[in-house]
Design a protein around this ligand. Structure first.
Ligand SMILES: Cc1cc2nc3c(=O)[nH]c(=O)nc-3n(C[C@H](O)[C@H](O)[C@H](O)COP(=O)(O)OP(=O)(O)OC[C@H]3O[C@@H](n4cnc5c(N)ncnc54)[C@H](O)[C@@H]3O)c2cc1C
Length: 378
């Protein structure tokens, strides 16, 4: 085994949007950064996602911590995007038309109304709409749509463009990206950040950030309370090709599926939520359910060609909020468990983690997301 690097900088395990964005922010402050990525950067959950930056449409009862984090991140998003795009010289297709949640029946409508009241209590700028008003904005929705909730804060990006733009920014800022380089062990040593073993080389960086998404808890060497409690939550998702940009302009959330129109002509329809480990099959059942759900809300999707079908693994934690921050081992940090919200929470994660590492900043919200919060007695 060779001792590849005994350097003063930060080594990040995992090159998804989380690893890349933290790396970019650290580089901007003059910190040397190396990312070790098992495959190609951003090709796992970060490319599989739908790219929705959902605030109101991701509200779930009892998930206020998650909501607060997303709202903080959305405050940063417009500036994050302009800075990233002008630095890297490419677009991430940031769209601000908003999202509409719709109901198709009386019981869906009662459920939507309850959620709407909860959203209002949380002071979200949502607006109730009749079925008629929904159809005025989106003429393609079914004639029997009963009601809708307009969520103007819910924006979107093309997450695949976000991945490629972050990768370009990371490299342009001087980062080292080692792809096809799997970390096979994190070797814990007393009073020091772990040594990293990858492809027969041992790395001894000054700081280590574990950002390996759904695989973060599987790397050998992380035992007991140091092992992040994340699991893969499979999502199957597909894209149709729209005949014109006005086919659907807003994101649409139906009782069964969501639909996100992209400026490249794809209409992304997702997604299943399955606890089946790392099974990568795209199943007939998932395709059927997704297409049926989209067709019920918007019958004209029936005619559209299928562009692509794929799946990915959301890194799920026990409370659906990410694990962010210090581990208790000097110089060893974790940034994972972003579950359904890793794209929307990219700017806030990069800010919190880079400022924690370089300045020791520990805002209250970050402390609440401590990776140790699930340890017994914590
Ligand atoms: C179907 C689907 C739809 C989604 N839609 C949305 C959405 O609309 N909005 C939203 O905000 N979020 C969405 N998400 C969630 C979002 O995609 C994730 O939360 C986010 O991408 C997580 O980013 P990450 O960098 O932590 O993980 P990943 O993108 O999975 O990156 C982790 C990286 O670590 C690498 N790695 C793993 N093990 C090792 C190792 N041992 N050594 C080196 N590298 C390693 C992997 O190869 C991978 O590239 C969706 C997810 C899915 C699956």
């Amino acid at each position: 085994m060779t001792d590849a690097s005994r350097h003063s900088g930060t080594l990040i395990v995992g090159g998804g949007v989380i690893g890349l964005s933290i790396g970019w922010r650290l580089l901007q402050r003059g910190e040397p950064v190396t990312i070790l990525e098992r495959g190609e950067a951003g090709q796992e959950a970060s490319s599989a996602a739908a790219g929705m930056l959902s605030i109101a449409n991701e509200v779930h009862y009892q998930e206020d911590l998650n909501l607060l984090l997303r709202m903080e991140s959305m405050r940063l998003y417009p500036d994050f995007v302009s800075e990233l795009e002008s630095f890297a010289g490419s677009s991430v297709d940031y769209r601000t038309e908003g999202a509409i949640a719709i109901s198709l029946h009386a019981d869906d409508t009662a459920e939507l109304k309850n959620l709407f009241e909860y959203q209002l209590e949380r002071k979200l700028p949502v607006r109730w709409m009749s079925g008629e008003e929904v159809r005025e904005l989106e003429p393609g929705v079914a004639g029997f749509v009963v009601a809708g909730v307009m969520c103007p804060m819910d924006h979107q990006v093309n997450n695949r463009l976000l991945v490629s733009t972050l990768r370009a920014a990371f490299l342009k800022a001087g980062g080292t990206l080692r792809e096809h380089c799997e970390v096979s062990e994190l070797r814990m040593e007393d009073g020091r950040p772990p040594a990293i073993v990858a492809q027969g080389e041992e790395w001894r960086p000054a700081r280590v950030v574990l950002a390996a998404g759904s695989w973060s808890g599987l790397i050998p060497g992380l035992d007991g309370w140091l092992r992040p409690l994340v699991r893969p939550v499979k999502g199957q998702i597909l894209a149709l090709r729209m005949p014109s940009p006005d086919f659907l302009v807003h994101m649409l959330k139906t009782p069964d599926v969501y639909m996100a129109p992209k400026s490249d002509g794809r209409l992304v329809i997702g997604a299943t939520v399955e606890e089946v480990g790392f099974n990568r099959d795209f199943t007939a059942g998932a395709g059927y359910e997704l297409l049926k759900g989209a067709w019920r809300a918007m019958p004209s999707v029936y005619e559209l060609p299928i562009d692509e079908m794929w799946c990915g693994f959301r890194p799920g934690s026990r409370d659906n909020a990410p694990l962010l921050g210090e581990t208790g081992v000097e110089g060893f940090y974790v940034a994972t468990g972003h579950y359904r919200n890793g794209i929307v929470n990219t700017p806030i994660t990069a800010k919190y983690m880079s400022e924690l590492i370089l300045d020791g900043n520990r805002p209250e919200l970050l402390l609440k997301l401590s990776p140790g919060r699930f340890a017994s007695g914590a």
